[in-house]
Design a protein around this ligand. Structure first.
Ligand code: PLP
Length: 403
């Protein structure tokens, strides 16, 4: 299959219909692939019914489609079993699920170790748990480039660390986390590891067994699938020990006037009607992703990222945030003293360049990097040199216009 950026771009209906658009905000939401849209439409027009409830043929077709979607996610993550895949409404919901359900197994004084580089969705649920249940939170600091500083991991874990919950890749700096080092230290301390894969999944299929973590969370809209769906993968024996998060239909064995008994995972964690068509669409996106040559895509994304960094570093006064060397995801954030990111984004939007400006739901990280807000460009598999050039030209223009 041809894999030029142009041939990939054609497969995304929104981008195909807007050739003038330079979309550089895929870290916020990636565009949806045609296969995902087609799968949602096909499902809704041929198999729409509730799941795990009906015995008529249409409901059985819905059950099969939903079950097949779980299998696709399991293959994408190289999970041991589809029963380890819990569908949620997104990464945020998956992270909240762990904070509540795994959190319910923690005792006052137990410790959860996060990092300063977390997205708010992997910060706030843990602070809420701390305030409710008296657990301790500790934080892995970051260096001047926003990379996790793992020098003092054993001390940070202390003697009662039960979970290390960190991002696999920063949504601000593009820095990848050294997961192997964290897993090694966590295993020594007897702690579980949760990986927030929200920014990793759009750069290729993942292998939770090779990563050797216990939980993995991501959102469908960041890996070319629909919005409103996400995934929590959990190791079977860990999920088995967790109580439910939400109560409702579909997650029980029996309800009496006095008490309820829980279904096994994954149903235990999917109370109510799940995002059925969205899960089917996500599966189609992941199946498509599994056909791609990710080494070639990584090489192109990396080249574009370097080109962008080189171009931006020539703009007087502009400060690039994040590591400039080593392996990084194609996410480039910068600060232009005196120019607000919202103004920069508006000027660039006039030239059809879509960028994100603000705190990126990572205020602790931005504070550590010495800024309140910044502008971010993120590159995905459908971007090319013209997008990077348009950003650079737009920024030159913004500097003149706003100075
Ligand atoms: N984690 C990271 C690293 C993210 O970048 C994001 C979203 O940007 C999230 C979690 C939350 O994802 P969602 O808003 O899809 O739940």
């Amino acid at each position: 299959m041809s894999q030029t950026a142009a041939s990939l771009r054609e497969q995304f209906p929104l981008l195909a219909a807007a050739p003038e658009l330079h979309y550089l905000d895929s870290a916020a939401t990636a565009q949806i692939h045609r296969a995902a849209l087609d799968a949602v439409l096909h499902h809704e027009t041929t198999s729409r019914a509730n799941v795990m409830r009906g015995t008529y043929r249409l409901a059985e077709a819905a059950d099969r489609a939903y079950g097949a979607a779980r299998q696709s996610v399991a293959r994408f993550l190289n999970a041991d079993s589809a029963d380890e895949i819990v569908f949620t409404s997104g990464a945020t919901a998956a992270l909240n699920l762990v904070a509540h359900a795994f959190g319910a197994t923690l005792r006052p004084g137990d410790r959860v170790l996060l990092s300063v580089a977390e997205h708010h969705s992997n910060f706030v649920p843990w602070q809420m748990l701390r305030d409710r249940c008296g657990i301790e939170l500790a934080l892995i600091p970051v260096d001047a480039d926003g990379r996790l500083d793992l020098a003092h991991l054993p001390e940070l874990m202390g003697s009662r660390c039960r979970l290390v919950a960190v991002t696999q890749c920063s949504n601000v700096t593009g820095a990848w986390t050294d997961v192997a080092a964290i897993v090694a230290a966590a295993r020594k301390a007897g702690a579980r590891v949760l990986l927030d894969g929200a920014q990793a999944v759009q750069h290729g299929p993942q292998d939770v067994q090779a990563l050797d973590v216990d939980f993995y969370a991501f959102s469908g809209h960041k890996c070319f699938g629909p919005g409103g769906v996400g995934v929590l993968w959990g190791r079977a024996e860990v999920l088995a020990q967790m109580p439910p998060f939400h109560g409702g239909g579909g997650m029980i064995v029996e309800v009496t006037l006095q008490a309820t008994t829980w279904a096994e995972a994954p149903q235990r964690f999917e109370a109510g009607t799940p995002p059925i068509a969205q899960a089917v669409g996500l599966a189609a996106a992941l199946e498509w992703m599994m056909t791609l040559d990710w080494a070639a895509i990584a090489e192109r994304e990396d080249r574009l990222c370097r080109q962008l960094i080189d171009g931006l570093s020539r703009i007087p006064g502009l400060r690039l945030l994040g590591p400039l060397d080593g392996k990084r995801a194609p996410i480039v954030s910068f600060d232009m003293p005196g120019l607000h990111p919202h103004d920069i984004c508006q000027v660039l939007d006039a030239g059809n360049v879509a960028l994100r400006g603000g705190h990126h739901c990572a205020q602790p990280l931005l504070t550590a990097l010495g800024v309140d807000v910044c502008t971010r460009a993120s590159i995905a598999l459908y971007n090319d040199e013209a997008d990077v050039q348009a950003l650079q030209d737009g920024l030159d223009h913004a500097c003149r216009e706003l100075a």
